[in-house]
Design a protein around this ligand. Sequence first.
Ligand SMILES: [Zn+2]
Length: 393
Amino acid sequence: MPDLLLLALLLAAVAIGWWLGRRERGKDVFTSQQPSLSRDYFVGLNYLLNEQPDRAIETFVAALEVNSDTIETHITLGNLFRLRGEADRAVKIHQNLLARPSLSAVQSNQVQLELSRDFLHLGLLDRAERLLQTLVRDTHDEDLRESAKRLLVDLFEQEQEWQAALEVAQPTLISRYQDTRRAAAHWLCELAEQDLRSASPALARKRLRQALSIDEHCVRVNWLLAKIEHDTGHYKAEIRILKRIPHQDRDFAPIILEPLRNAYQLLDDENGLETALRELIDLTPFTSAVIMLAETLQRREGNDAAAAFISEQLATAPSLRGVDYLMDLYRQKADTEERNRIDLLKRHTHTLLEARPRHRCRRCGFAGAQLHWRCPSCRSWGTTKPITGIEGE
Ligand SMILES: [Zn+2]
């Protein structure tokens, strides 16, 4: 049982104990209608201490009358069931509370918010959406409205309804939360990709401009703008846009290498590629760019120049891919015996390079071969980036 959950249950138990104690003090002991209440409480506490939280919660729920003093505790007990993965039981408790005519408007809204969380947990998205839309429309409590809006945004993200998510998040959530700003720029990128698929590049550009105005660091915007230029044969414009990406976020610099080389090749501009690579390395040195620059040197000046350059780079920034590339250069000049030895070594570097992940989420640490704009593990946007350094790109 997680420590946090146990702590929450203990706090709920303390709250119940406090309420029962207050209740008992407030009335004549001899006329008590429910003398077993305190006994139930201690039975519940006993279950809890014996690590039988289900029975503990059940006993607490049974022991407590629902009245204005205990609503909060009932809500918490329902939430505890949800946290334990038993959202269907949480629904029962919260729905039971909602049926009480004595509930104040504020309490009713609070219960509805928790009930919508239960529904979301159970995947009953329609029911959650109806409840949340009503709350956003009707509640007078600003904090509660904001919580409902954040849940609605989660829900629309799950359903990939990007436009609806934007409408809920504008303007309050976007101005208040950096996470929502970053997400909103990506929702617009998702919509722009849909526009591109349905051949509406003008609309896509409009959305991408809007995305950049919300989050100027969103590299996906320039990634897509570059793609639009590439698909229409405007390679110079493509290069200009690609070059903006490392200035937005240096960690993403490795993603521009392949399209950059491709565009310069289509323009038949080897010198342009070399200059661009030198500029990139000055800004943020990383192995893939260094190797690509070495390859241009190799084509122009031969193996020795490339080997000298890469050796110099390895002295300041050691990297597995750099070593692997250097072995390729040595192999071309080697005799048969040396070549066999190098091949043996290359089998090892190859195995190591194949086994490494190429991208990692900076938030949760999820790593994999592919770049995901949204982390498949923690679901956050723009936090998965290329891995650089000794074993990286
Ligand atoms: Zn993550």
